[in-house]
Design a protein around this ligand. Structure first.
Ligand code: SF4
Ligand code: SF4
Length: 448
């Protein structure tokens, strides 16, 4: 019997990918104006190094990193810096930003390509990846140079390239695997070389058979014995780092620990593509593929869009009937973020825009009937029903003892709850309160 690669628990929401999975990657026209946030990654924001009136070229550095866990930020179009300002980040807070107005030029600037990357030291390649502002494109935006620099006492033997794209409606990674196969596979080989691992797996869910076939064919032609394709069972949240590690290596990442504690590094297909561009072409990360989808989007697709482009402009270009839309999610329906305004820019982590024409009226929440469905669904083996009850009673310490911080906010528990309890909402609230209490405690300590 063929081996099944998957994790225990999880759910099967409708895929919703039909509308865009066959839509080829297509360039978005240069916008008249972009507002590029200096904080698009986990860690310290970049510091703007341009001023109003400066003329910049797409690919030019406009923000310097301010620490190890930070990356530079680049102009995504050519034109004039028209403001050093603040913008509303899609995550919901005001952040410093540089506004650029296009001067019509399509000029770009790159760093020197590194063609002989196999002869380069890992540290030189890591420096190049940092200098090109590469961050995780799968959602968390963790600086990639940090991820590829594990402490010396952590032995990494396995690299997993995450092509699961398990979030419904999103097809950006699918199209990159089909249309940029050699590029992202080369990015995977560069990452393999940097980490010096014995094994690299490109993990793709079985609902993308054309991508599995394309990548297999490419690997056969390359003939590198260390790298292979894994066809994963289609299940949500199969693309979570811990779920991928369990599915492929059968290793468990312990509570509160990271993939490197299980000897693994997991990076996304889009990130591998950005690594290739940074190393082989010297192209910084300033554009990305965004799936634009939803029933009222008349030109749905997988668009390559300059970072900083307004979401309103993107939806208008995709011929979206703005009069009918009720909600726009940045990301998919399970983990996407509801946008408070369309006048916010896309950032390095924007994988998709999902337009919803109806909002389900806030459903009445009923009492927990202790059915256990949420427990069965939870890929992390938590007890979500406990968290909602504890958070309502403000018992945050108890939540922490029950490992609430391990929750990956996948939303599976809320999805299956017959009592319509928005469990993930309570969990996020609990996690925020714990983080706030920790911040207050450390401020008190610093003040002593
Ligand atoms: S508790 Fe967290 S990890 Fe578990 S199903 Fe709910 S949202 Fe997902
Ligand atoms: S799924 Fe809902 S009703 Fe069932 S145990 Fe969990 S919280 Fe309670």
């Amino acid at each position: 019997m063929a081996k099944k690669f998957t994790f225990s628990a999880g759910i099967h929401p409708p895929h919703g990918k039909k509308q865009t999975e066959a839509e080829p990657l297509i360039g978005f026209p240069t916008p008249q104006k972009v507002s590029i946030p200096m904080a698009m990654h986990i860690g310290a924001p970049a510091k703007a190094i341009v001023k109003k009136g400066d003329i910049v070229v797409a690919g030019q550095c406009i923000g310097e990193p301010s620490g190890f866990v930070s990356v530079p930020v680049f102009a995504s179009i050519s034109g004039e810096v028209t403001a050093i300002t603040e913008v509303f980040h899609p995550m919901g807070q005001m952040v410093p930003a540089v506004e650029i107005s296009s001067n019509g030029s399509e000029e770009t600037v790159t760093l020197e390509p590194i063609l002989n990357w196999r002869e380069q030291s890992p540290s030189d390649l890591i420096n190049r990846i940092r200098d090109c502002g590469v961050v995780g494109r799968g959602g968390a935006s963790f600086p990639t140079h940090v991820k590829l620099s594990p402490p010396q006492d952590k032995k990494i033997d396995t690299l997993i390239i995450n092509g699961a794209e398990c979030e419904p409606y999103l097809t950006a990674d699918h199209r990159v695997m089909l249309e940029r196969t050699l590029e992202f596979v080369t990015g995977s080989l560069i990452t393999q070389h940097i980490l010096g691992v014995e094994k690299t797996y490109i993990a793709i869910e079985k609902n993308k058979p054309d991508a599995i076939a394309a990548v297999k064919k490419m690997l056969e032609s390359i003939g590198d014995k260390k790298i292979s394709v894994i066809a994963l069972e289609t299940k949500y949240p199969q693309g979570g780092e811990k779920q991928l590690i369990q599915a492929i290596t059968k290793r468990q990442v312990p509570s509160g620990k990271l993939p490197m504690d299980a000897g693994c590094v997991v990076t996304n297909v889009g990130t591998a593509h950005s690594i290739y561009k940074a190393v082989a072409h010297g192209v910084p990360l300033y554009r990305r593929v965004v799936t634009v989808t939803g029933k009222s989007v008349h030109k749905p697709g997988n668009y390559i869009i300059p970072v900083g482009t307004s979401i309103r402009e993107i939806l208008e270009y995709a011929e979206t009937d703005l009069s009918t839309i009720k909600k726009v999610l940045m990301g998919g329906p399970m983990m996407g973020l509801a946008l408070a305004s369309l006048d916010v820019p896309i950032v390095k982590s924007t994988s998709g825009l999902l337009v919803l024409e109806t909002t389900t009226p806030a459903e009445q929440e009923y009492n927990c009937i202790n059915c256990g469905a949420c427990v069965q669904a939870c890929a992390i083996h938590l007890i979500p029903s406990h968290f909602s009850k504890l958070v309502k009673r403000q018992k945050y310490e108890e939540c922490e003892q029950k490992n609430i911080l391990d929750c990956i906010e996948c939303g599976s528990c809320s999805y299956v709850c017959p009592s319509k309890i928005n469990l993930v909402h309570y969990i996020k609230l609990g996690k925020n309160r714990i983080a706030a209490a920790k911040r207050a405690q450390s401020l008190r300590k610093d003040g002593q």
